[in-house]
Design a protein around this ligand. Structure first.
Ligand SMILES: Nc1ncnc2c1ncn2[C@@H]1O[C@H](COP(=O)(O)OP(=O)(O)OP(=O)(O)O)[C@@H](O)[C@H]1O
Ligand SMILES: [Mg+2]
Length: 237
């Protein structure tokens, strides 16, 4: 479960305060998939970054998987991010001095995983990058970097997977594959999946859609009941 209580974010904009996220309360049930949608600049990435503890809110409290992350220090937060939260950044943030393989491997080694190398290889194969494993990020296309970022986010089998525009740089084939990987992980391991997307198909598959506008949640659409009420079509989910 991810819980936000009275969360807001105000930044300094040329000497005057600018509120980019207005006070909001939100509960995202564990194991659900949630799509955050809304126009550019509406605060989607800001909200996701707060859930990951990458940034601190101006007011309010955030609880992720039973831990109040807003009262944790930097070290405890970093440990929690390594153990519980997987994050796919909108602009990847891969380590430029590490190969694709090493980018996926290092978080597992830091967490003390035993089969790290084999798992890194398997994850990179799964995202279709077996031939690019030992390339550096600068030698990879945007879409390839995005898939490395996804493999890295899945490396430590996080309970919570946060993904900012995970299909934003992918063609429809690769996009569909990444969508399937995210939702498979959500269903098979019960990962809580929160993704920001402009992709209608991706958003339509989520249990819950959160619509944002001008730093506010303007609508919350529960799609799980709609889906449950309909018979599952052959070959469907
Ligand atoms: N550190 C900052 N200082 C000033 N303004 C900021 C800061 N961070 C974000 N903003 C502003 O807050 C608003 C929300 O930004 P955010 O990145 O969350 O939007 P978004 O919904 O993710 O947009 P996009 O779909 O384009 O990625 C934007 O208008 C942005 O310019
Ligand atoms: Mg964004």
């Amino acid at each position: 479960m991810i819980e936000l209580r009275g969360v807001s974010k105000t930044v300094d904009s040329g000497g005057s305060p600018l509120t980019i996220l207005h006070r909001l309360d939100l509960e995202l049930p564990a194991g659900h998939s949630v799509a955050i949608v809304g126009p550019s600049g509406s605060g989607k990435s800001t909200l996701l970054g707060l859930m990951a503890g990458l940034d601190a809110p101006t007011t309010g409290e955030i609880v992720v998987d039973g831990t109040t992350i807003t009262s944790l220090g930097e070290d405890a937060l970093a440990r929690l991010r390594g153990r519980v939260i997987g994050f796919v950044f909108q602009f990847f943030h891969l380590m430029p001095s590490l190969t694709a393989f090493e980018n996926v491997l290092v978080p597992m080694e830091l967490a003390g995983a035993r089969d790290a190398a084999a798992r890194a290889t398997r994850l990179l194969k799964e995202v279709g990058l077996d031939a690019r494993m030992h390339h550096y990020p600068s030698q990879l296309s945007g879409g390839e970097q995005q898939r490395v970022a996804l493999a890295r986010a899945l490396a430590n089998q996080p309970k919570v997977l946060l993904a900012d525009e995970p299909t934003g740089n992918l063609d429809s084939n690769n996009g569909q594959h990444v969508i399937d990987m995210l939702y498979d992980d959500n269903r098979q391991r019960g990962t809580t999946l929160v993704l920001v997307t402009h992709d209608r198909e991706l958003a339509a598959r989520a249990d819950l859609q959160i619509l944002m506008r001008d730093g506010r949640v303007v609508e919350r659409i529960d799609q799980s009941r709609v889906a449950a009420a309909q018979p599952v079509a052959a070959g469907g989910r």
